[in-house]
Design a protein around this ligand. Structure first.
Ligand SMILES: *Cc1c(COP(=O)(O)O)cnc(C)c1O
Length: 396
């Protein structure tokens, strides 16, 4: 049996997305900027995709800009707010310690340019409250950027409340909604969101394509200079098939959102209940307020990397805290942000499900994972010291 349980890293493309794309890969070849009718057919496809995505987010199609993915959308949103702030001499930016690196590294770049970046500490359950944000907003704050849902531990942040706080204070609010789009209901107007990033490959669309919602009236900063595509804000001939695939995937995900969430939540909770029985383990993130497909545990006395390799041999595809920055031995900044000690953070496992995972697959995971954990612990000198009382256990 093979179980793909790494949907937070990327998802398999849906039939719907593939079929929507085919006519634009093997048929209509026009450049949407061309005036002839072949070009106009491509331009119409872009417009249709923009309308579908806007409908899923509750905004106007003009407020959608296509990007190469979530990372580019995050970069563009943050640099846009920074540029506006610079003009008003507002150089304070608020974010959280557990954002995606696309956000954190962009903020580090701005710090080197003289911005003051304040990363709010994350509570033990992986949450940040709107009050934390409210208390930290200053006269010179030009941006609040807080993710919609965390990609590692799945916690869902109170984005609507944070949006309200920002609107009252007159501060731009961006949210990295890459893990939320297609999985949680989004309404940018009702939630007072000024900018929002999404990425197609996290909801069964193609890789290398994403979108940025920017509220009308906010002057978007251009990262890629060239032609007049995307109203001059993002040059380069549009990836028409990918854009069409993204729109089809998002529309399908939004249409089935509640049914999918119910399915995944049931599987998730069964997994959490089963894995909680492993002694000296702990669930990371909030037990209730979490993405329907996210399961993340720390198992004391093991290395996440070894766990992943042994699970791979059993056909189980998952990830660990350090897998995102593959090659690096640093534990996950997310697990450190919620207060896990280094030693514990190293032994993490993230299983991220999608709606097509099955009950049988969950049973297989619950059979294999405890076995592999026990096997690895038995090989570990550190574990033996803990069992014999020479060292203390850190987790109950
Ligand atoms: C995957 C992910 C990104 C990056 O998106 P890409 O399309 O891969 O660039 C950004 N933020 C979060 C929360 C993600 O999960």
């Amino acid at each position: 049996m093979t179980v793909y349980a790494d949907n937070a890293a990327t998802t398999r493309m849906s039939r719907t997305a593939i079929e929507a794309m085919l006519p634009y890969m093997d048929g209509i070849c026009g450049n949407p900027s061309s005036l002839h009718s072949e070009g106009q057919r491509a331009a119409e496809a872009l417009q249709g995709a923009r309308e579908k995505i806007a409908a899923c987010l509750g905004c106007s199609p003009r407020e959608i800009t296509f990007t190469s993915g979530g990372s580019e959308a995050d970069n563009q949103a943050i640099l846009t707010a920074a540029e506006i702030g610079r003009r008003k001499s507002k150089r304070h930016i608020l974010s959280t310690a557990f954002e995606h690196h696309a956000v954190l590294h962009t903020l580090e770049k701005l710090e080197r340019q003289g911005f003051e970046v304040e990363l709010l500490p994350v509570h033990e359950n992986g949450m940040i409250s709107a009050r934390d944000v409210e208390a930290a907003i200053r006269e010179d704050t030009c941006l609040v950027t807080v993710m919609y849902a965390n990609n590692e531990i799945g916690s869902i942040l109170p984005v609507s409340e944070i949006g309200e706080v920002c609107q009252k204070a007159g501060v731009l609010f961006h949210t990295d909604a890459v893990q939320a789009a297609g999985h949680l209901a989004i309404d940018v107007r009702a939630q007072h969101i000024d900018m929002l990033s999404l990425s197609a490959h996290k909801f069964h669309g193609p890789k290398g394509i994403g979108a940025l919602y920017v509220r009308q009236g906010i002057p978007l900063t251009t990262l890629i200079e060239g032609g007049a595509q995307e109203r001059g804000k993002r040059a380069g001939t549009e990836n028409v098939p990918a854009i069409v695939g993204m729109a089809a995937a998002l529309e399908e995900a939004c249409r089935n959102l509640e049914r999918n969430a119910a399915r995944m939540t049931a599987l998730r909770d069964k997994l959490i209940a089963g894995l909680s029985r492993i002694p000296h383990s702990a669930l990371n993130g909030d037990p209730v307020n979490r993405l329907p497909g996210n399961v993340n545990f720390c198992f004391e006395g093991i290395e996440g990397e070894s766990l992943l390799l042994l699970l791979d041999e059993k056909g189980i595809y998952a990830s660990s805290g350090s897998a995102c920055t593959s090659g690096s031995l640093d534990p996950s900044h997310v697990l450190l942000a919620i207060g896990r000690p280094h030693e514990i953070a190293h032994g993490s496992l993230r299983l991220s499900l999608c709606e097509s995972n099955t009950d049988e697959e969950v049973d297989y995971l619950l059979r294999e994972i405890p076995e592999v954990v026990t096997y690895l612990r038995n090989m570990s000198p550190l574990w033996r010291d803990k069992v014999s009382g020479k060292r203390e256990f850190l987790l109950k």
